[in-house]
Design a protein around this ligand. Structure first.
Ligand code: MG
Length: 199
């Protein structure tokens, strides 16, 4: 399964960069992403992680973000579950991971990413932050997970738009906050993906 063909909002260059840094930092701790959607970033990362023998934890409630809901800009009727009257990307995600032959590497965690972060007890080497883009949710994810990232580990943030006319602000603001906290250095960037390293 070519990840470029999977539904999602990630450029091939962003996908390749995620895979590169995920492998590099997997020696430091677990590899985790927040925001699976249909598995596009998951496949880019997991196909590299599979070579290391590590697991890759992909967290999402699979009910879509605000902008994916009916009548919003990024609504996709193909991921609508009429019985549940809600978005359900989990069947699409699961099917794509199966087609990519990555079921032995990818661990799908279905639930609230901030609450899972509070319960999490394992050091993290790589965290890809790409969940809900409301300020409340983006901040909750950051606060629940930042303490798990090991020194030298990577925090990758998607949809960082310094110019507000290009997109919503919360990922940009979380990124700025991470840098100004003194905990992270910005080490790389492509398109709207920013790579921070824990000092
Ligand atoms: Mg994104």
């Amino acid at each position: 399964m070519d990840p470029a063909k999977v539904k999602g909002f990630l450029s091939p260059a962003e996908g390749e960069m995620l895979g590169h840094y995920a492998v590099q930092s997997a020696v430091l701790g677990q590899v985790v992403e927040i925001g699976s959607w249909c598995g596009k970033s998951t496949i880019y990362i997991a196909r590299e992680i599979a070579k290391t023998g590590n697991l890759f934890f992909s967290i999402d409630h699979h009910r879509g973000s605000e902008e994916n809901q009916p009548d919003w800009e990024w609504f996709d009727p193909e991921v609508w579950d009429e019985q549940a009257k809600a978005i359900d990307t989990l069947p699409h995600f699961r099917n794509n991971i199966r087609l990519a032959a990555l079921e032995d590497t990818v661990v799908a965690m279905v639930g609230c990413s901030a609450r899972i972060g509070q319960a999490w007890r394992s050091p993290v080497g790589f965290l890809f932050l790409d969940g809900s883009h409301t300020m409340v949710a983006a901040l909750a994810d950051y606060r629940a997970w930042v303490g798990h990232i090991m020194k030298g580990g990577i925090l990758a943030i998607h949809d960082v738009f310094p110019d507000p006319t290009d997109g919503g602000r919360p990922p940009f603001e979380v990124c700025e906050m991470a840098i100004s906290s003194g905990l992270f250095n910005r080490i790389d960037q492509v398109d709207s993906l920013v790579i921070l390293q824990r000092l």
